[in-house]
Design a protein around this ligand. Structure first.
Ligand code: C5P
Length: 218
């Protein structure tokens, strides 16, 4: 039988990371944070001063990312960049380079490699639509812009970054538009996705809902 996959897609700061991680823990599944791959590519590009319109050079960076994952930690070579990739400028750059087809293409194989027994929970924008169309369960997680800005604000402060609510609201709105309107792999629910609006829901409730859907789908 196919190795099970649960995809959790949605806009930035919708809480998908937290929910996907906990669902993976509960099921003993592997976890793919696909956004981290775009962030790692962005961080490399910023460090190499690669112009963010040089599609060829960026795709080369993406294809050769010396990245590894251990629990919540993300490494670029030997360096733990878990913190560095969460900075807002890295997220913004990630969202720009994610619109480049060659960059997306360069990351496909790496993502498919995460599908290993006993199963995978994959979080991103196009997990259910492009990367794992055969997933047993596809979830599309949303929340209002206001709820997401508040979550992102709290996350940034907790991680010791400076944050500004008005700036975050504007950033999120711009990034949503960029992710939803790009020509390739735009952010949209798969036709067979289950929709989950978490504006008024905490992470535990969202996790329980996803687990219920998965139990029903197997
Ligand atoms: O989810 P996260 O905010 O870490 O992702 C950073 C950026 O990477 C997103 O704004 C999005 O543009 C891009 N991304 C993507 N496809 C994915 C995951 C992330 O285009 N599967």
């Amino acid at each position: 039988a196919a190795i099970p996959v649960i995809t959790i897609d949605g806009p930035t700061a919708s809480g998908k990371g937290t929910v996907a991680h906990r669902v993976a823990d509960r099921l003993g599944f592997h976890y793919l944070d696909s956004g981290a791959l775009y962030r790692l590519t962005a961080l490399s590009a910023l460090r190499h001063a690669t112009p963010i319109n040089d599609e060829h050079a960026l795709a080369k960076l993406a294809a050769g990312l010396p990245c590894s994952f251990a629990g919540e930690h993300v490494y670029l070579g030997k360096e733990d960049v878990s913190h560095a990739i969460r900075a807002e400028d890295v997220g913004n750059t990630a969202s720009r380079i994610a619109a480049l087809p060659a960059v997306r293409h360069a990351l496909v194989k790496l993502q498919l490699g995460f599908r290993k027994p006993p199963g995978l929970v994959a979080d991103g924008r196009d997990m259910g639509t492009v990367i794992f169309p055969s997933a047993q369960l596809k979830v599309f997680l949303t929340a209002s812009v206001q709820a997401r800005a508040e979550r992102r604000y709290k996350q940034l402060i907790d991680k010791g970054f400076a944050a500004n609510m008005a700036g975050l609201l504007q950033d999120l709105t711009e990034r949503d538009a960029r992710d939803a309107n790009r020509a390739i792999a735009p952010l949209k629910p798969a036709e067979d996705a289950c929709l989950l609006d978490t504006s008024e829901m905490n992470a535990d409730e969202a996790v329980e809902q996803v687990l219920q859907w998965y139990a029903a789908a197997r």
